[in-house]
Design a protein around this ligand. Structure first.
Ligand code: NAD
Length: 262
């Protein structure tokens, strides 16, 4: 028996970066894992199955597009069929778009809001009745420091992440008398493909070497001067998913190298 034996975790957007790290950590603690996301699905499956190897947990993938409610419903039905529903829901899928408000394309706004915020509403809406039926559940929303503070040129992302923190608090209140909890984690910079793209853009626009662009990004916002790692964040998600965290409810927990302490 390991910590999450018999539980099933759905981690949205878990084929890369933070979600992949969280999926691996939950699998290593015995949770069956339903991966979701695009890109190198086979590599993600191999990695998370390796993490689960000694636990007997099962790891599968569903390619739901998190911007599409019908896809999300199909994925939740799949979780019911394969695993008897979801016990630990990690809403992690996210994209980024950077532009000044007056140049922000409405379709980009809609896409960022759909994937970073509305998807969490849809998964939560569908997961909660199943969790109530089982008398246990954990929901962890991967928000961001941008759920608490803003940066210029990230209107949709900042709005979506602030919304996700708000949704977290509402769900925590509506489940307060149950053994279901809902919390958010708010990372600062984590060096994933999503941030690497911003490093590359910075290097290109400033005529900088990649290392210098990376350092500049950290120096601007993250006083520790170090990136948070997916593994560090995964430890926090595992804690919030544990029984020890049963009375941690409705928090937006930063892991940001003191970004928001400033
Ligand atoms: P990433 O680009 O490495 O991973 C994003 C994941 O989401 C991938 O698995 C991708 O396939 C999936 N995805 C994207 N669009 C999708 C869609 N329509 N349907 C299903 N899956 C989709 O990014 P990451 O940095 O690991 O980000 C993960 C989460 O962490 C995001 O919500 C992001 O906002 C948040 N976050 C990241 C940082 C950071 O510094 N990297 C900081 C704070 C918050």
């Amino acid at each position: 028996m390991t910590q999450f034996s018999g539980k099933t975790a759905l981690v949205t957007g878990s084929t890369s970066g933070i979600g992949l790290g969280i999926a691996g950590a939950l699998a290593a603690r015995g949770a069956n894992v339903l991966l979701n996301g695009f890109g190198d699905v086979d590599a993600a499956l191999v990695l998370v199955r390796d993490a689960a190897a000694d636990t007997g947990a099962r790891v599968v993938h569903h390619g739901a597009d998190m911007s599409k409610p019908a896809d999300i419903e199909a994925m939740m039905r799949y979780a019911d069929d394969v695993f008897d529903g979801v016990d630990i829901l990690v809403n992690n899928a996210g994209i980024q778009h950077v532009a000044p408000v007056e140049e922000f394309l409405p379709e980009r706004w809609d896409a960022v809001l759909a994937i970073n915020l509305s998807s969490a509403f849809h998964t939560t809406r569908l997961a909660l009745p199943r969790m109530r039926g089982k008398g246990w559940g954990r929901i962890v929303n991967v928000a961001s420091v941008h759920g608490l503070v803003a940066s210029a040129y990230k209107a949709a992302y900042v709005a979506a992440k602030h919304g996700l923190v708000g949704l977290t608090k509402v769900v925590a209140l509506e489940t307060a008398r149950t053994n279901i909890t809902c919390n958010a984690v708010c990372p600062g910079w984590v060096l994933t493909p999503l941030v690497q793209a911003q490093v590359e853009a910075r290097a290109l626009s400033g005529g900088l070497a990649l290392d210098d662009a990376r350092d500049a990004l950290l120096a601007e916002k993250q006083p520790s001067g170090q990136f948070v790692t997916p593994e560090q964040l995964a430890e926090l998600v595992c804690f919030l998913s544990s029984d020890a965290a049963a009375q941690v409810r409705g928090v937006a927990w930063t892991m940001d190298g003191a970004w928001t302490a400033q």
